[in-house]
Design a protein around this ligand. Structure first.
Ligand SMILES: *Cc1c(COP(=O)(O)O)cnc(C)c1O
Length: 505
């Protein structure tokens, strides 16, 4: 209704609104309170249960109509402090060993606030935050032992880093213009090899990249949970013989289940001999390189063509931040770079240098994840991280020894790094009953608030799984875990005797 438009009814400019506070002094007070409360939260973690179930009124508080009228920052913060803050999954707590989850650090919490405050667009542009990320990437390239021409990108996490790594492998190994023709241009099915212990990201990756599961070979592992190199070679030969096109081997540096690391040197050699791309998933294991003592456990990682790892796991950073490094920076850019007129690099001004990060992945708009990593490395130094990683490995070895020495506990897999799998095994009991008992033990242990391990299945056995990537844990926390697990296990045996006696009676 253009005709109805009358300039004289334009709103009064004094009524234009903004999301900045009406009173900065009020906002400053609220902001300080948020910082105080969160610092208190971190400083008093130990005094609370690791995890606690949410009461119904808390759950119900998340089932409300969308607020059409605002209630103010104060009320919004109060809702957070009452119903959100007390009920996280517990990963910050020193008694948390479930899964491989970063614990966060107070410094990086503040760095994330600074990053959100500055809120730079991290696709690129001629700005200092871009230099921060470039600096972080060059440090990480160096720490992982990759050559100077390597490129990299901070991404959401290990899954995305791995998926992007496989995407680079796909376009650079295809042998035709994959970006133009897609997989329709392939003369033969492309094949990818990864051990059966590889994390679930790979299933998503091969679906998303259009390969399909028929392109993925799950290479068997030995009793040490490392990929059988002989089986790998045989599979590659067999696939070539039947006209398939092997393109990539995925090695693991630290598997989720047991912390095993494939023989990366040997895998690199196979890839060289066969002309295949060597991708390494080092989600947490890659960080072992930060320790002089542990570096050899991931020997060969520096030979990767692409390497994915997380900083929000074993570098203790708050979520989220993962990293992809690619040995051949040109291959990396060739997989993703696009030229779009409105995003073109310009000779001068804000757009000088273009959008280098947008050319290395799929995200255009990205946040300033790099800041917390940059500040952490500056503040604490690589040596501190190396020492903490060693401390976690020593704690895992301590736990494994305590388990092995206990007559009612059983270690279920070798513990070469920081993952320990065990169960309560009170003498003669069928496997199925043992699995049920240990599952109930896990529930009660988590609900007790004393410790949070996770679980996995190893050769059909239900295992309590402790992945230690926590800079707050001390050995006494592992003692508490062992004692609680045994006490609950005994209680369960006692209860089952009771119920069997009742059934018999
Ligand atoms: C955690 C993990 C991943 C996935 O990383 P996210 O950061 O959770 O996306 C992949 N591989 C391994 C070995 C992992 O431990």
């Amino acid at each position: 209704m253009l005709g109805a438009h009358r300039v004289s009814t334009d709103p009064d400019p004094r009524e234009e609104v903004t999301l900045d506070p009406a009173d900065w002094a009020d906002f400053r007070r609220l902001a300080h309170r948020m910082v105080e409360d969160m610092v208190d939260h971190l400083a008093t973690l130990r005094s609370r249960p690791v995890w606690q179930p949410m009461p119904n009124e808390v759950r119900d508080s998340f089932d409300q109509p969308v607020p059409m009228k605002g209630q103010g920052a104060e009320a919004a913060y109060r809702a957070f402090a009452t119903n959100v803050m007390p009920y996280p999954n517990g990963n910050l707590h020193p008694g948390y060993f479930g899964w491989v989850q970063g614990t966060g650090t107070p410094l990086s919490m503040m760095a994330d606030m600074l990053a959100a405050g500055l809120n730079p667009h991290m696709g690129g542009h001629d700005q200092a935050p871009v230099l921060v990320e470039k600096q972080v990437i060059s440090w990480l390239v160096q720490l992982m032992g990759l050559p100077a021409g390597a490129s990299g990108l901070l991404v959401l996490g290990g899954s995305m880093a791995n998926i992007l790594g496989l995407a680079v492998a796909r376009s650079s190994q295809a042998g035709f213009d994959l970006r133009q023709d897609g997989l329709w241009g392939a003369k033969a099915r492309m094949m990818i090899y990864a051990s059966s212990e590889t994390h679930g990201w790979i299933g998503k990756a091969i679906e998303l990249l259009g390969f399909g599961h028929a392109s993925l070979r799950h290479v068997p592992v030995g009793p040490d949970y490392r990929m059988s190199v002989r089986a790998l070679k045989e599979q590659i030969q067999a696939d070539r013989a039947s006209g398939l096109q092997p393109i990539c081997v995925v090695g693991n540096a630290g598997t989720v289940n047991t912390g095993a690391t494939d023989d990366l040197r040997q895998l690199a050699r196979v890839c060289r001999d066969e002309g295949l791309w060597f991708h390494v998933d080092g989600a947490f294991g890659a960080l072992a390189r930060l320790s002089e003592r542990l570096r050899e456990t991931v020997n060969g990682i520096e030979e990767a063509d692409s390497l994915a790892f997380d900083l929000h796991k074993w570098m203790y950073q708050p979520f989220d931040v993962g990293c992809l490094l690619v040995r051949d920076g040109d291959a990396h850019r060739a997989a993703f770079a696009r030229s779009t007129s409105y995003l073109r690099s310009m000779a001068r001004g804000v757009m000088a240098g273009g959008l280098p990060f947008a050319d290395l992945g799929v995200d255009l708009t990205r946040g300033f994840r790099a800041l917390k990593v940059w500040m952490s490395l500056k503040a604490h130094g690589v040596e501190t991280f190396g020492r903490l990683i060693e401390q976690n490995v020593d704690q895992a070895q301590y736990l494994a020894r305590r388990v092995a020495a206990h007559p009612q506990l059983q270690l279920l897999a070798p513990a070469p790094l920081n993952v320990v799998c065990f169960r309560f095994a009170p003498g003669r009991m069928e496997e199925a009953a043992l699995n049920r008992l240990n599952e109930e033990l896990l529930f009660r242990l988590q609900e007790s608030g004393v410790a949070v391990p996770s679980s996995t299945a190893l050769a059909g056995r239900f295992a309590l799984r402790c992945a230690i990537v926590n800079h707050r844990s001390v050995r006494a926390d592992l003692d508490r875990l062992v004692e609680a697990a045994v006490a609950i296990g005994r209680q369960l045996v006692h209860e089952s005797h009771g119920s069997r006696a009742r059934e018999a009676g």
